[in-house]
Design a protein around this ligand. Structure first.
Ligand code: BES
Ligand code: MG
Ligand code: ZN
Length: 492
């Protein structure tokens, strides 16, 4: 899908599929122009349909006797409530309605009423990402046609920086979606490591993969404990982006990389969605998607580390027993009172490793707890951090990216729930506040002096049905927030 602009007006634009965005109460002028173009009465039909340009409301028309074959109108809502996020939603609704051929799609929105660059970025990203479909696993895929070209009508030239940004961010999101969508028999820890190597090669990143022995030498007893019940080798992945010129900031992004989470001996039963637990590497997908995007954007001044302790949580004769005590690489001992709280065990060693690199800031992303899904649902990720400035920065980066997150408390008194009779701590606290104790557990493996944020993406990693920019299935959540955040850090 290619993006371009044309300064021509609606009236002299030529093409056969057109999407027009309308602001509530400001439809008349545009409708007049369209009526001229079509030589017909649209107004009556819109009255009949009771179309009032409510946010994301659509109306579509087909024409036989005109060079314009299909027209889709989409509401942008009240003029005083216009926002980039509403624009994203409307774009997704409109584009989904408009496409059914590979012909050029023209988009006419009231560009002047938004911050232009941001609007073009948001509309391009959304148009591309909302029609993504993963056809890799079908023998004879029925491909729905997508427009090869999208032309923005009535706006100035698209800057190369906008186009490059959109290209990099969409590539990152699509990669993350493919990684998450791939089932556990296709995407093993080795395959994830191979993929990481490929990303590194194509985008000039350094790639280091630690094997089980290397991890043992580093004392990663928590991570290796999780992997020991699987027939598949664990792979500890570390990619590095080094900018041209001086480095003034070092960042580390850590992603949970469970290519499958059966729960272990605390097996996932009942309504625990074991069949979806291929998505338990969603954090690592976001991190590798960001690695790809950063590799393409090449921001100056920031060195970025991408870290994934990949493995499977399975059951065999060597698997951890509930109650086992293991030691993480910072020396802390952990009583594993629940083998299904495995993500935090792998992250414990990954965070210790990340902190040893002495980064200025660390962010981890993980499909960590069902409790977070109960708290925030499927559209909002939980954010825990030891640093207020980092909280604000991530909130604004995610807001600009159209990804939602909500700050949650790192309530210190809840740490009591992780007290163990025998070891330094247990890996699981009481059911109530389960996503908070999970974050507090991670906190035990982070250097206190380093600003750190944890994003629980258990709800946002997967969409049950088409929702805004995300088609049903893997969302690629986190990539756009991370890219925005890193770019801002590079300019800070
Ligand atoms: N991968 C799951 C979390 C999860 C659950 C993600 C549902 C998405 C949807 C994680 O490893 C897990 O099993 N967590 C347990 C923790 C519990 C044992 C304290 C959970 O949330 O049930
Ligand atoms: Mg689990
Ligand atoms: Zn898990």
């Amino acid at each position: 899908m290619e993006f371009s602009n044309t300064s021509s007006t609606l009236l002299d634009w030529s093409g056969s599929v057109l999407l027009v965005g309308l602001v509530k109460g400001q439809v008349q002028d545009v409708i007049d122009q369209l009526e001229k173009l079509l030589d017909g009465s649209l107004k009556q039909e819109l009255d009949r349909l009771k179309f009032t340009a409510e946010s994301s409301e659509t109306a579509s028309f087909r024409f036989l006797n005109s060079s314009l074959k299909k027209l889709v109108l989409v509401g942008l809502g009240n003029p005083e409530e216009l926002s980039i996020n509403e624009l994203r939603k409307a774009t997704a609704a409109g584009v989904r309605e408009a496409i059914d051929s590979d012909e050029k799609l023209g988009i006419f929105f009231p560009w002047d009423q938004y911050e232009r660059e941001q609007a073009l970025k948001a509309v391009s990203e959304t148009a591309k990402l909302c029609v993504f479909k993963d056809l890799r696993f079908q023998s004879a895929p029925e491909t729905k046609a997508k427009p090869k070209k999208i032309e923005f009508i009535g706006t100035q030239e698209l800057s190369t920086s906008t186009l490059e940004y959109v290209h990099a961010s969409c590539a990152g999101v699509e990669l993350a979606r493919e990684l998450v969508g791939a089932p556990a028999n296709k995407l093993t820890p080795s395959e994830l490591a191979r993929k990481a190597g490929e990303i590194a090669k194509e985008n000039n990143l350094e790639c280091l993969v630690l094997e089980r022995n290397n991890c043992r030498d580093l004392g990663m007893g928590a991570y290796l404990a999780v992997s020991q019940g699987s027939d598949l080798e664990p792979k500890f992945i570390h990619l590095t982006y080094r900018p041209n010129g001086a480095v003034h900031k070092k960042l580390a992004l850590v992603g949970k990389g469970l290519t499958f989470d059966s729960g272990g001996y605390n097996l996932k039963v009942g309504a625990s969605q074991i069949e979806l637990m291929k998505f338990d590497m969603g954090g690592s997908a976001a991190v590798l998607g960001a690695a790809m995007g950063i590799g393409k954007m090449k921001p100056l001044g920031v060195e970025v580390h991408f870290i994934v302790a990949a493995c499977e949580n399975m059951v065999n004769g060597s698997a951890i027993h509930p109650g086992d005590i293991v030691q993480a690489s910072n020396g802390k001992t952990i009583e594993i009172n629940n083998t299904d709280a495995e993500g935090r065990l792998t992250l414990a060693d990954a965070l210790v490793y990340a902190c040893k690199l002495q980064p200025d800031k660390v962010i981890d992303l993980a499909t960590l707890t069902g409790a977070c899904v109960i708290a925030l649902g499927e559209e909002i990720a939980g954010l825990w951090t030891n640093n207020d400035e980092l909280a604000r920065d991530l909130e604004s980066a995610s807001n600009e990216a159209g990804e939602n997150l909500w700050r949650m408390p790192l309530r210190k008194s809840y740490k009591d729930g992780l007290k163990s009779l025998l070891a330094d701590l247990k890996n699981t606290g009481p059911r109530a506040g389960g996503s908070i104790t999970a974050a507090l557990f991670l906190n035990e493996f982070v250097d206190e002096s380093i600003p750190w944020a944890h994003l629980d993406i258990a709800g946002t990693v997967w969409a049950e049905k088409d929702r805004g920019i995300d088609p049903a299935g893997a969302t690629g959540y986190g990539v756009r927030t991370l890219l925005n955040w890193v770019l801002r850090e590079s300019k800070k």
